[in-house]
Design a protein around this ligand. Structure first.
Ligand code: CDP
Length: 253
C-alpha cells in the first residue's frame, strides 16, 4: 500500500493528501501547546474529542448555510475536508473581555463588551501572531476590503451560531478564533471557514459557576483538560462512542 503524502504538520493537526483532488485529510493529534509552543504536553484523547467537536460545529454551520471546509468524518481522529488557500489571519471574535484583550486594555476578565468585537492577528509563529489592523491586511495584500467584509460577516454568523449552541447547554462563549480559506470552484473563489472549531480555539465558561472548559485549563494549569473537553462534548451529546461517559454506568465486555 502506498504511503500517503503528508502536506503539512502543525501543532495540533496534520494534513494529508485526500483521496480526490481538492480534498485533504485532517488528522487531530493529542498534542497541546500554549504560549506559542513554549508550553507543551500530550493530552490523551484530545484529538478524538476535537475531531468530534469540530465535526459537530462545522455540520451545524453547514445546516444554517455558513460555508466551511468540512466534508465528512473518516474515523476517530480524521476528517475529510476541502482544500483551501488559508488567509494568513487569525480571526478572533470576542463577546466578553479575556486573555490578551483584558491585558491590553486593563479590563477585568468577564467584562461584557458593548458588542461583539472582531479582530485580526497575522498568522506568524516567529512573530507571535501580532495584532494587525485592516489597513495592514489590505496594504500587505493578505486580503482585499471585499474579502475583509466577507470575513467579518462569516465570523459574526459563526459567533451567533456558536453562542446560541453553547448557551443552550449552559456555557458562555467568551471568545473564539477561526481561520478562513479561499476555496476555488472552477473560475470562482469563495471564502469559507477552515481549520477547526473546538475548545482549543474558544474560551468557554460554565454560565452558573464560571468554570473554564477550554484550553485555558491547560494554559493556566487549572486541572484536567481532557475532563473539561469531555464535559463540553457530553453536554452537546457528541461524545465519541466507547469513551467513558462521566456519571453513566460503563459496560464491561
Ligand atoms: O489566547 P490568548 O490569551 O493568547 O489570546 P487571545 O487573543 O485573548 O485569544 C482570543 C481567542 O482566540 C481565545 O479563545 C484563544 O483560544 C483563541 N486563539 C487561538 O485559538 N489561537 C491563537 N493563536 C490565538 C488565539
Amino acid at each position: 500500500m502506498a504511503r500517503r503524502k503528508k502536506i503539512y504538520e502543525g501543532k495540533a493537526k496534520t494534513m494529508y493528501e485526500g483521496p480526490e483532488p481538492g480534498t485533504l485529510v485532517q488528522y487531530f493529534k493529542d498534542d497541546a501547546t500554549a504560549f506559542n509552543a513554549e508550553k507543551k504536553d500530550v493530552i490523551e484523547g484530545k484529538g478524538v474529542l476535537n475531531n468530534r467537536l469540530s465535526e459537530f460545529f462545522m455540520q451545524g454551520l453547514t445546516q444554517i448555510g455558513v460555508p466551511n471546509h468540512f466534508i465528512k468524518r473518516l474515523n476517530m481522529r480524521e476528517q475529510l475536508i476541502r482544500a483551501v488557500e488559508i488567509i494568513p489571519l487569525e480571526v478572533i471574535v470576542r463577546n466578553y473581555a479575556a486573555g490578551t484583550l483584558a491585558k491590553r486594555l486593563g479590563l477585568e476578565e468577564g467584562t461584557v463588551l458593548p458588542r461583539p468585537i472582531v479582530e485580526f492577528s497575522y498568522k506568524n509563529d516567529d512573530l507571535g501572531d501580532p495584532l494587525v489592523t485592516e489597513e495592514y491586511i489590505i496594504a500587505f495584500g493578505w486580503a482585499s476590503q471585499q474579502d475583509l467584509d466577507d470575513i467579518i460577516a462569516l465570523a459574526l454568523r459563526v459567533n451567533d451560531f456558536l453562542s446560541g449552541v453553547m448557551y443552550g447547554v449552559g456555557i458562555k462563549l467568551v471568545d473564539f478564533k477561526i481561520e478562513v480559506g479561499r476555496h476555488y470552484e472552477g473560475d470562482f473563489q469563495r471564502l469559507i471557514v477552515a481549520d477547526e472549531i473546538s475548545p482549543d480555539s474558544c474560551r468557554l465558561w460554565d454560565i452558573e459557576t464560571g468554570q473554564k472548559l477550554d484550553k485555558d485549563v491547560f494554559r493556566r494549569d487549572l486541572g484536567s483538560l481532557a475532563d473539561a473537553y469531555t464535559e463540553v462534548a457530553n453536554r452537546l451529546g457528541v461524545l465519541p462512542q466507547n469513551s467513558p461517559q462521566p456519571g453513566k454506568p460503563q459496560l464491561i465486555n
